[in-house]
Write a protein that binds this ligand. Structure first.
Ligand code: AKG
Length: 264
């Protein structure tokens, strides 16, 4: 694919740092269409927002409104979830023959005083797959900066591998603090501010974080998680909902997890 921005140099950067950023990936038109789709999805599908019940759940909803698997019943996001250039970028970064969709999700940080941080965490501990290597594309649907909760990454932290999960939405829970308390060195964060239409790709083991949305602007993001061909399903909870129909130890071969780039 000629227009894929992931060069060998970018792949080397990703391997070393666990992330890579493209400040201008999508056109204005593409991102405006995605923004409209997200607004409609949130308006129509409030009941599907994760974290609507219980005290911790309420806190979680203040971290962000999360809507998982939007593509399955909201076709307006499909051009983005199935975007060939995005999927090919991931395939190159993950060094994979092909990449499958794990799931997409809208991550909308509500503005205002009650907004909470996204705790420092890794993603891989929540994903039922092995070995590690899966990654996310995080798409800025609004301009994002430190005021409205852009992502922050600790470069190179993916090299720690998969650690214990931490509890999102719970004060003081932080993989960075845990590592520091264990005497492990943790570097300074890289701040991923970018205009709407920018994309970051981050490895499932990378330590990442976002401040609360302290602005009066929205912070709408759409993220897509991809599975490389070498990762098998390990059984148990499966956020996209196909777990019951798949076998532990086998590839993610299921219609909810289509191949988005590369050879079968
Ligand atoms: O959008 C956020 O604040 C966090 C997103 C995140 O943790 C992720 O995409 O892995």
């Amino acid at each position: 694919m000629d227009d894929c921005p992931v060069t060998e140099e970018r792949v080397r950067f990703y391997q070393e740092n666990g992330y890579v950023q493209f400040k201008n990936f999508f056109s204005r038109e593409e991102i405006a269409a995605l923004g409209e789709a997200l607004d409609q999805a949130v308006a129509n599908k409030r009941e599907r927002i994760i974290g609507q019940k219980g005290p911790v759940a309420e806190n979680y909803a203040l971290v962000f409104n999360q809507l998982v698997n939007l593509w399955t019943d909201y076709p307006a996001v499909k051009p983005c979830t199935f975007h060939p250039r995005l999927a090919e970028s991931v395939r190159r970064l993950s060094g994979s023959r092909h990449v499958r969709l794990y799931h997409d999700h809208a991550l909308i940080k509500p503005p205002g005083e009650k907004s909470r941080e996204t705790n420092w965490h890794q993603d891989a501990p929540y994903w039922p797959m092995n070995p590690v290597g899966a990654l996310s594309a995080w798409i800025a649907v609004d301009d994002v900066d430190l005021q409205n909760g852009c992502m922050q990454f600790i470069p190179g932290s993916h090299k720690y591998g998969k650690l214990e999960p931490i509890k999102l939405g719970v004060d003081g829970e932080s993989v960075v603090e845990k590592m520091k308390q264990a005497g492990q060195p943790v570097g300074e964060p890289a701040v991923m501010d970018m205009p709407a239409g920018g994309v970051t790709f981050h490895h499932g083991c990378l330590f990442h974080y976002a401040t609360p949305n302290r602005s009066d602007r929205p912070r709408r993001a759409f993220a897509i998680i991809y599975i490389p061909d070498y990762a098998v399903f390990t059984g148990g909870r499966e956020a996209a909902g196909a777990g019951e129909e798949m076998e532990a130890g086998k590839p993610w071969d299921h219609p909810l997890h289509p191949i988005l780039a590369g050879e079968p």
